[in-house]
Design a protein around this ligand. Structure first.
Ligand code: LLP
Length: 452
């Protein structure tokens, strides 16, 4: 698919890097004409480690984790924050999540394997997925996965049977689809009625299934879960969905005489990808969620449950940047200016997939104003392969190091090897130190599974 026609009237914003505000990682600074993150010069780092390169600001990640925990616990003591590892995971990240005292959401066996590899406390792991395979379910139950979030009636039978075979009682949540339309891109909306996820509220399906869950052997219904979508700016959808959930808890108690002790309201808080974006803050989100839970628990006479939230993007997106080297310049007068970089839809598929937008700068000209509008094209055989479409940037020259902000979530975890592109390395930066936490893939890695 080709790119949409460029808006030729779009004007460059003349902003310098530090004027991009909350899009930047917490420790971003400009010294001389270079961009620094975590006290590390991004231009030197790119030249030493090669590009494309993912860089994570460790202090930023840790700070947001602490902010989430404090924001929730100060308002609602019996609460936990579950990091959604689908947003970003490698062993180093999983260790940080454990050190910061968060729980972990894993979606399937691969993410579970990372958690196990670093000795993540299994009682703090939540296992998700709309079609976890029987093998994945067995792995999770055997590993002592704290909680399996069952997504369907069919899965209930599988979990019950496997837990029985293993001689354990497995804690489970039921994922409910509350039927609320979140204000976000339709591809990442998940809580509305036409959804592959969870137990629908239509025709009382979810409520009726609770009866089967309570009757099933080898499982214990600990809580109910919702996740209404991702990159959500308007908090009212959370409130509406929480009302549906608490009302369901009240009905379960009234009609089945069973108290649901835990409520997981999912993730979904949006982040700033563009300097002008104004997402709700973590504090606003915590205030909105905790006050809604308290309000509806009072209204429906439900004892306050343990409260969980499951953020991914809002913990890591702005901590991450991707560095590239400019390889080709191509100006088509009256059409668009292309700047081709040494990555693209293999390391960031979000632009092609969702028309995602990002703010770019040139890391070796970080003090200069962004005077041109360019498209940062990737290197892949696909016309729609671009990382940034028609955005301001400093005047580009061959060999410049481009830094794209806000790529800490859903870029590495959605990366691929299209055109035989090895995945970039991941470097964590902190206090002037750069630590490679995932090495760059090699050509041998690309063929590692091929048999002769
Ligand atoms: N919990 C569950 C059950 C989820 O499915 C998700 C995300 C989260 C938590 C975390 O949501 P967050 O706080 O990150 O919004 N690939 C898309 C995003 C898909 C999100 C899927 N589920 C993107 O790149 O925008």
């Amino acid at each position: 698919m080709a790119l949409p026609a460029a808006d030729l009237n779009k004007k460059a914003d003349n902003k310098t890097t530090m004027e991009l505000g909350h899009v930047l990682p917490m420790t971003a600074e400009v010294k001389g004409d270079h961009l620094y993150i975590g006290g590390v010069d991004m231009v030197d780092l790119a030249r030493e480690r090669g590009t494309a390169l993912y860089v994570m600001d460790e202090a930023d990640m840790r700070h947001r984790m602490e902010t989430y925990l404090t924001a929730f616990r100060s308002r609602y003591e019996n609460s936990d924050v579950v990091f959604a590892s689908k947003a970003f995971i490698n062993k180093a990240a999983a260790r940080i999540v454990a050190e910061e005292g968060l729980c972990l959401d894993v979606s399937g066996g691969g993410e579970l394997a990372v958690a196990r590899a670093v000795g993540f406390p299994m009682d703090k792991v939540f296992v998700h997925g709309n079609n976890k395979t029987p093998v994945e379910l067995r792995e999770a139950i055997e590993a002592g996965g704290g909680c399996i979030v069952i997504d369907s009636r069919i899965e209930l039978d599988r979990v019950s049977k496997i837990a029985g075979e293993l001689g354990v009682t497995q804690s489970i949540y039921m994922r409910i689809t509350p039927g609320v339309e979140a204000d976000t891109h339709e591809y990442i909306r998940t809580g509305c009625e036409d959804s592959k996820f969870g137990f629908t509220m239509r025709e009382d399906w979810a409520f009726n299934c609770v009866k089967d869950v309570l009757a099933a052997p080898n499982v214990r219904l600990a809580g109910i879960h919702m996740h209404i979508g991702s990159q959500i700016f308007a908090l009212h959808s959370f409130k509406e969905a929480i009302k549906v959930m608490v009302e369901l808890m009240a009905r379960i108690e009234a009609e089945y005489g069973y108290r649901i002790e835990e409520l997981d309201v999912g993730g979904g808080l949006g982040v700033a990808y563009l300097a002008e974006d104004k997402p709700s803050t973590i504090e606003d989100f915590a205030e909105g969620v905790t006050s809604a839970v308290k309000e509806y628990c009072a209204e429906f006479d439900v004892k306050l449950p343990r409260l969980l939230t499951e953020p991914g993007r809002s913990l890591v997106a702005n901590a991450g940047v991707t560095l590239y080297t400019v390889g080709i310049l191509k100006t088509l007068p009256g059409i668009r200016k292309y700047v081709a970089v040494d990555g693209g839809m293999s390391d960031n598929i979000r632009t092609a997939l969702y028309h995602a937008e990002y703010e770019p700068v040139i890391a070796n000209k970080a003090d200069q104003p962004r005077t041109e509008i360019v498209t940062l094209a990737g290197k892949h055989c696909e016309s729609g392969d671009a990382v940034v479409v028609d955005m301001p940037i400093q005047h580009p020259d061959l060999g410049d190091i481009v830094c794209v902000f806000g790529t800490g979530a859903y870029c590495y975890t959605m990366s691929n090897n299209y055109n035989g592109q090895p995945r970039p390395a991941i470097v964590f930066v902190k206090d002037g130190e750069a630590r490679v936490t995932t090495r760059r893939e090699t050509y041998e890695d690309l063929m590692a599974c091929d048999l002769d």
